[in-house]
Design a protein around this ligand. Structure first.
Ligand code: NOJ
Length: 567
């Protein structure tokens, strides 16, 4: 089963954060026709699969992840015809299209919720999760002390009916009640609608949270927070696999599609196999976040401290996921998505954009799995220099800021410093296409920041430059897809070498061919000695004069090489 050829195993994916990708009608907001304009670019880059973030009708509390009608396209993003045309044009040039399927919640402006909150006996009441407040020391508090991912409690009081509804994201995103078979049926209809329209599958948002602890008991975590970030209360609970199996049988199995669940931070490889294992998994693969958190970004306190890559940690994460899932489940390969800081500011070095960026591409995209590039990664976009709380857009940042009880100006400064480094708003800055005003994104002022360095770091500047990062990305995907190497890169075994070396990430891939990938993660020279490998060919390298003998090789800063070696 693992080796069974499937289009989605051999695809090269690219994630499009719709609002910031390309604006075709000059209203400052990226749209579906903007993607159509850029299909030739994606094709040239070697992309065969795009994932588009939500374009459904939305009040935009969370930039479209809060949906008020699953069947309508938000006019800010285009029309139903635009999505049909996009699907057709993409398919005509060999690019498949997957879309976000947001199953976990709706907007509070969705008519189900508008109805549900009218009365306890409303037909839609049970589409959501309601509970009575608790009386503690004579005062009413939330039903439990569980936190929300976006700051504050995961419960919101609804005054009219005097009950709380559950919302693990923002208060404008009430959670659906999957215990209710009506909800499951409705959402299966939604999925069918888009699949019948021709989408090639789904990235399933927040799939890990569809099941929730039935017992409303306070968490016994004891952090300093008022509400406890006890994600186990609503993550990866066994009941959700029953829900997903039902989706699989009633919907997914009837189409040649790919389904990729977002399982986030708490899932283990064992759980990933429960989601996406060949034998019983209801999905085709899952995104986990382990490698997105493998350095000190979340621990930095002072602006004098710098981001440090913990390669040993990262290597362990890669090793764990590559080995434990091999031949058991499929997996995506990605560095970041729209919820993470920029790769170049996280694991790379903006002063050595080409070298560090090409090293990171080499390290990731020759492992097994389906690559997903995040927009802007291919040109080495960095974090935005956020300095002030008002510069952020993310509802999660705003909520956390409001819920933080700063005791001093210093504390507030620290919050902003840390948020600037880790905020997902970094990934949502406007795509830089060229050096013109507004970066070629739009003729009007964009809805969000354009990176201050867009005049030098943009697609046009790199497209025809043989030595650019963008050109290197093209080479990576050309090589990955080329015969006779494709089957080794896609399906071959994975073995890490020099596991305890804290500077070098080296791995072997083997099937019809034997491939050795060597990457130096740092800005210093390192020696590597692997004389037992006899080089047949250099397949790719980010320096022009790469050595072909593997005895005592001096690797230069960020040097990365893909060798074919003798079997
Ligand atoms: C995960 C999405 O990737 C994120 O952007 C969103 O805020 C939450 N799920 C809620 O939909």
């Amino acid at each position: 089963m693992f080796y069974q050829r499937k289009w989605w195993k051999e695809a090269i994916g690219y994630q499009i954060y719709l609002k910031s990708f390309k604006d075709s009608n000059n209203d400052g907001i990226g749209d579906l026709n903007g993607i159509r304009e850029k299909l030739p670019y994606l094709k040239e880059l070697g992309i065969t699969l795009i994932w588009i973030t939500p374009f459904y009708l939305s009040p935009m509390d969370d930039n479209g992840y809060d949906i008020s009608d699953f069947y309508q396209v938000d006019p800010a993003f285009g029309s139903l015809d635009d999505i049909k045309n996009l699907l057709k044009e993409a398919h005509d040039i060999g690019i498949r299209v997957i879309v976000d399927f947001v199953m976990n919640h709706t907007s509070d402006e969705h008519h189900w919720f508008v109805e549900a909150r009218k009365s306890k006996s409303n037909k839609y009441r049970d589409y959501y999760l309601w509970a009575k407040g608790k009386i503690v020391d004579g005062k009413e508090v939330e039903p439990t002390n569980w936190a929300s991912f976006f700051g504050g409690s995961c419960w919101e009081k609804d005054e009219l009916t005097d009950e709380y509804y559950m919302k693990i994201f923002s208060k404008k995103m009430p959670d659906l009640n999957y215990r209710n078979p009506e909800v499951r049926k409705e959402m299966q209809e939604v999925a069918k609608y888009w699949l019948d329209l021709g989408v090639d599958g789904f990235r399933i948002d927040a799939v890990a949270h569809l099941g929730r602890s039935e017992e409303l008991i306070d968490s016994n975590l004891k952090t300093d927070n008022k509400y406890q970030p006890d994600w186990r209360k609503f993550s990866n609970l066994p009941v959700l696999f029953d829900y997903l199996k039902e989706f699989k049988e009633n919907v997914f199995d009837h189409y040649e599609i790919v389904t990729i669940g977002e399982v986030g931070g708490d899932a283990s490889p064992k759980e990933a196999i429960a989601y996406a294992g060949y034998k019983n998994g209801p999905l085709k693969m899952v995104f986990n976040f382990d490698h997105c958190w493998s350095n000190n970004v979340w621990q930095l306190e002072k602006s004098s401290e710098t981001v440090k890559v913990d390669l040993l940690n990262l290597k362990q994460v890669f090793d764990k996921w590559q080995r434990k899932q091999y031949q058991k489940a499929w997996a995506p390969l990605y560095w970041l998505n729209h919820d993470h800081p920029r790769l170049m500011s996280h694991y790379g070095n903006p002063q050595k954009r080409f070298l560090s960026g090409s090293m990171l591409a080499t390290a990731l995209y020759f492992m097994w799995g389906t690559p997903f590039v995040y927009q802007g990664e291919e040109i080495g976009t960095t974090n935005y220099p956020f300095k002030d709380i008002r510069e952020f857009n993310d509802v999660g940042v705003k909520n956390s800021y409001e819920n933080s009880l700063f005791k001093s100006l210093e504390e507030e400064k620290k919050f902003i410093f840390q948020t600037a480094l880790k905020s997902r708003d970094n990934a949502r800055t406007i795509m830089s296409w060229n050096a013109s005003k507004y970066g070629g994104f739009s003729q009007s002022e964009p809805w969000f920041h354009l990176h201050p360095d867009y005049r030098s770091v943009n697609v046009a500047a790199q497209l025809d430059d043989p030595d650019s990062l963008l050109t290197y990305y093209k080479k990576v995907f050309e090589l990955r897809k080329s015969e006779p190497y494709l089957s080794t890169f896609v399906y071959g075994s994975y073995q890490q070498l020099l596991k305890r070396n804290p500077h070098l990430y080296i791995y072997l891939r083997e099937k019809e061919k034997k491939i050795l990938v060597i990457t130096n993660f740092f800005d210093q020279e390192r020696v590597v000695n692997l004389p037992r490998f006899k080089v047949k060919k250099i397949l790719l390298s980010n320096y022009s004069d790469t050595r072909t003998i593997l005895a005592n090789v001096l690797l230069r800063p960020y040097e990365s090489i893909v060798y074919e070696v003798e079997k």
